[in-house]
Design a protein around this ligand. Sequence first.
Ligand code: HEC
Length: 148
Amino acid sequence: MMTMFFRAVALVVLSSAVTAQAQQALVDERQDGFNEMGAALKTLRDEYKSGSPKPDEIKTALATISTLSENIAGWFPEGSGPDAGLKTDAREYIWKNREKFDRITQELIEDSKALAAQADSGDIAGVGKQLRALRNHCSSCHDSYRVD
Ligand code: HEC
């Protein structure tokens, strides 16, 4: 009887360790994804600052941001925050006010897609005027949901 009890406990401990490992891998994946978005945003800034932005660079950077932003919702399942003992800069508040989190994500997806289309149509200068608005989606989420 006792043996069975200990076996059951061991199993529970083992499976939660596996889960924690999988969740930490997910945190690594989302941090890599965000770093890629950060690099793309920096490319956009640098290109426009140079005074002669290269259309291909602009298009690629916008494609990166719009593609990766579609992954954001899936990067934050329940139980992938600091309360689960994970090393993350995500605030637990994400899961307390998910609605706003998802709304900001949606705005980023829509705006980055629109800008990507605008760049594809050749209006590189017009895209440059909206970079600040694009970046605001990043910072408005970080202000509420990321430890600085
Ligand atoms: C809806 C919320 C949200 C949006 C939108 C968002 N981020 Fe983040 N970002 C986060 C959260 C939460 C973290 C912390 C992730 C973690 O540590 O697990 C993060 C982390 C980061 C990091 C640090 C990654 C690391 O190595 O720790 C960078 C860089 C970053 N974001 C860039 C961006 C850029 C650039 C954009 C816009 C193009 C953006 N983010 C949009 C929520 C968001």
